[in-house]
Design a protein around this ligand. Structure first.
Ligand SMILES: [Zn+2]
Ligand SMILES: [Zn+2]
Length: 324
């Protein structure tokens, strides 16, 4: 049987090195969390990981191969490629992983239905499972239909963008408002992508069209069927109070949620403490990652985020066993 030792003040180790003032976190949570001292030693031996990254197959600027090469240069033991609503970059990433000696975990980041913005990560699933591919091809169809509706609305107000224009802006099968915005910049209708959204494409603007989104429950079910683990991403970006977040986690746990993204560069000490308390209460594991997008997102460097992120390999091992 595992001997768990309550380690007061040991949160300054790599195991809990996410956050600027870890002493403060330890005061809040060391009464609730037992850490096995052997796990910390093992984690350091096996190196560090990043379970939240993006490539050119969604809105990142590095190809999957360049991303894996960078992970190797940074000395990471494993990364998960978690592009938005697509698994198309995974095969290339896995191949590159073999070449560079980096473990590549299959990942995806689903945008799920919410009155705010909610993202759900699928991690460590099997690419052979037909379920995830079927759902993704339905989503591509929905996006296509939406693109045509947006093009139509733009045309009604004198902005002539064609389907070919937006395909040209896309690096993968996923085309949406970002590519429409880029095409609008290229054709001189707006000066920037931001302006395209603010004047035309965002909610309440003349070319806004709602998109059918997956429910979180359905996304959890698909990830489970594919043999993976689900994790609620970047809780700080959901735009809810801690009490509301707790309710969301409770509801999703009842639907089979496995984990919460407990390591994220933007988290405050308070959010770190909340994640650990909620995970301990609800029996959720952790995932963690930088949300690296290449040049498209500053302060989200691969592996290290804004410099305060260090995720030991043991996080992946525990996620696989669904323990904290
Ligand atoms: Zn996200
Ligand atoms: Zn992301």
């Amino acid at each position: 049987m595992k001997s768990a030792i309550l380690l007061k003040g040991l949160f300054k180790t790599d195991e809990y090195a996410n956050g600027n003032s870890n002493e403060h976190i330890s005061k809040d949570i060391n009464k609730d969390v037992n850490i096995n001292i052997n796990d910390i030693a093992n984690a350091n031996a096996k190196g560090f990981i990043d379970l939240h990254t993006h490539s050119t197959f969604s809105d990142g600027t590095l190809t999957p191969t360049q991303l894996v090469k960078k992970a190797k240069e940074k000395g990471l033991a494993a990364i998960a490629l978690t592009d938005h609503d697509t698994v198309d970059g995974l095969e290339e990433a896995i191949e590159a992983g073999k070449k560079y000696g980096v473990e590549v975990i299959c990942g995806i980041e689903f945008s799920v239905k919410s009155d705010t913005e909610m993202h759900l990560l699928g991690l460590d699933f099997s690419l052979d499972c037909p379920e995830i591919k079927r759902v993704l091809s339905d989503m591509i169809k929905n996006r296509e239909e939406r693109n045509f509706k947006v093009i139509e609305k733009l045309s009604e107000i004198g902005i002539k963008i064609t389907h070919d224009d937006i395909i040209r802006e896309s690096t993968s099968k996923v085309t949406g408002r970002s590519q429409i915005a880029k095409a609008m910049v290229k054709k001189g209708y707006v000066k920037s992508i931001n302006e395209a959204f603010e004047r035309y494409l965002s909610i309440g603007r003349p070319a806004f069209v709602t998109r059918k989104t997956l429910s979180a429950e359905k996304a959890i079910e698909i990830i489970k069927k594919s043999g993976g683990k689900s994790s609620l991403a970047h809780l700080n970006q959901i735009g809810k109070t801690n009490d509301e977040l707790y309710e969301i986690l409770l509801r999703l746990k009842q639907c089979g949620l496995d984990a919460v993204e407990g390591y994220y560069t933007e988290y405050t000490d308070e959010m770190n403490a909340f994640c650990r308390k909620a995970a301990a209460d609800l029996g959720l594991a952790f995932s963690g990652g930088s949300d690296f997008h290449g040049d498209n997102k500053i302060n989200h460097e691969l592996g290290t985020g804004a410099g305060n992120l260090k995720i030991p390999y043991s996080v992946l091992e525990k996620l696989r066993k669904k323990i904290i």
